[in-house]
Design a protein around this ligand. Structure first.
Ligand code: CTP
Length: 396
């Protein structure tokens, strides 16, 4: 579950800081990306060179990077980069600062800006840990939904024996891995998503295509992966980055897309056809570039296979969801399309809605099922993907 996740590790001034090097290594071994923020006090225990070598990223300490150029480390960017923030070790002083809301260091300002889940692994001597102030601070942080990784009992740096040793690095990553597993509402589910346009070749140079950017399908793949699903993405020609942990297959034509989807359909739990599959293809592709000798020319077209309809016909346990891009009688057309293609639901986009459709980063959808109709506001495609995946979770 940690593979591809962005982990922001904050190290504060405790002797347990030496263990943070192992923590970085363990996160990296599990496939996470790690950035380290270190406090002034932690520098007494561990060096940035160790941490930057292990994390393969620079270590962040101060706001200002260079007095000459005025370059600075942006706490908001660091916070929004993170999928999770881990404060390990967290000293008694750190716990107190987290509670008070102080923001006078890069670390504290980043913490205050962070909306990702936060894990705190305290480390201190037994009496400091037992102290009422420390215990109150922990209680307050727990109430604020921070995840406290309790320290262990054992021999402490002071030579005393008691509770206060930071949890072992491997155990910390295991606890965090389990956290993500528990949150993964779609784990073990196989989701097949199509995205983008298809290109139907007229000759080796030209094609019939459409303006689909693939953004909606890619957003769906990202969201499904976040929920722990095994995601396969079959995409037409687009220039988008492959979402992490998603198996991507690139195709060009409707026929190629059909083959890739068909091959996987039996082993799929959910099929979401968000691709804008071309409806027609040239009867025959010219082997050479067609010359413009004539004043006029025509290309004979035939229908492409209807991938969605053909597969929904043979569906057994699969949930099959289509998209409909309409320009008139939108709901009626979408409803009929859903019925005709034997779908469990259809996601309607109307080109008449501003900010909706090809190329935009936003979308406005109506989710239509045989039983109901749900209208959503205009929102980013990432948030539309959340609505669609929520619906799929309900179906399951
Ligand atoms: N679709 C498909 N194969 C095709 C055409 C469309 O699988 N050859 C899928 C699309 O991915 C979409 C759904 O069918 O999920 C509806 O596509 P749309 O283009 O809106 O409808 P069409 O069936 O092509 O009908 P029309 O273009 O006449 O509205």
């Amino acid at each position: 579950m940690l593979s591809g996740k962005n982990v922001l590790l904050a190290i504060t001034g405790s002797i347990a800081a030496y263990k943070s090097a192992y923590l970085v290594r363990d996160f990296i071994k599990r496939g996470a990306n790690v950035k380290v923020i270190i406090t002034e006090a932690a520098l007494q225990f561990v060096t940035p060179v160790t941490l930057s070598t292990l994390s393969k990223n620079p270590v962040y300490k101060d706001f200002l990077k260079s007095t000459d150029t005025g370059e600075w480390n942006n706490h908001v960017e660091l916070a929004s980069w993170s999928d999770i923030m881990v404060i390990a070790p967290a000293t008694a002083n750190t716990l107190s600062n987290l509670v008070s809301g102080k923001g006078d260091s890069l670390f504290l300002a980043t913490y205050l800006s962070c909306n990702a889940p936060i894990f705190v692994a305290p480390a201190m001597d037994l009496d400091m840990f037992k102290n009422e102030s420390t215990q109150n601070n922990i209680k307050i942080l727990k109430n604020r939904k921070l995840n406290i990784i309790e320290p262990k009992s054992g021999e402490l740096a002071s030579g005393l024996d008691g509770k206060g040793r930071m949890e072992e690095p491997e155990q910390i990553t295991t606890i965090i891995n389990q956290y993500f597993l528990d949150k993964a509402s779609l784990r073990n589910l196989r989701i097949l998503i199509s995205a983008g346009p298809t290109y139907e070749s007229i000759d080796p140079v030209r094609f019939i295509g459409n303006h689909s950017s693939g953004k909606m399908g890619f957003a769906l793949a990202r969201e499904a992966e976040k929920r722990g699903a095994n995601v396969e993405l079959i995409t037409g020609p687009v220039s988008l980055e492959t979402p992490r942990n998603v198996q991507r297959t690139d195709v060009s034509s409707a026929n190629e897309m059909k083959k890739e989807i068909e091959d996987r359909f039996i082993n799929t739990d959910v099929l979401i056809m968000s691709a804008a599959v071309s409806d027609f293809q040239p009867v025959k592709m010219a082997p050479n570039k067609i010359k413009k000798d004539e004043l006029e020319m025509s290309v004979s077209l035939k229908k492409t296979p209807d991938i969605l309809k053909d597969l929904a016909k043979i569906k057994k346990k699969q949930i099959v969801i289509g998209f409909a891009l309409e320009t008139e009688s939108e709901k009626k057309n979408a409803y009929e399309k859903m019925k005709k293609k034997n779908l469990d639901a259809i996601v309607l986009n109307s080109l008449n809605d501003k900010g909706s459709g090809f190329g935009f980063d936003t979308n406005k959808i109506t989710l239509i099922t045989p039983l109901e109709e749900r209208k959503f506001d205009l929102k980013s495609k990432d948030l539309v993907a959340v609505d669609i995946l929520n619906f799929i979770e309900e179906c399951i």
